[in-house]
Design a protein around this ligand. Structure first.
Ligand SMILES: [Zn+2]
Length: 97
């Protein structure tokens, strides 16, 4: 039996229906080779294949991280409402610019 515990509150998650997975990817918005739909036409496929065959040509993005978390129902709901764990503080003012 797989034993899963909630990564936020640490409680064991016994019911698979109460098991939620959160995946967070962090990557720089500015990429040298952004994969947009236009890149998928024939000319660019060759270009991409060329880049793949030459590992020196493609540097991995340095800041890229991917994290996975197991959450119970409560923590998943909490996370959905407040993904960045910001304080529910009304004194934070975004509008003054
Ligand atoms: Zn939890």
């Amino acid at each position: 039996m797989i034993h899963v515990t909630c990564d936020l509150c640490g409680h064991p998650i016994e019911n698979p229906k109460a098991h939620f997975r959160v995946e967070i990817e962090i990557f720089p918005m500015q990429q040298d080779n952004p994969m947009v739909e236009e890149d998928l036409d024939q000319d660019n496929l060759e270009h991409i294949a060329m880049m793949i065959s030459d590992p020196e040509a493609v540097e991995p993005l340095p800041a890229l991280t991917k994290s996975k978390f197991d959450l119970c129902t409560k923590c998943a709901e909490k996370f959905q409402r407040n993904p960045l764990s910001r304080e529910a503080d009304s004194s934070v003012n975004f509008s003054d610019n």
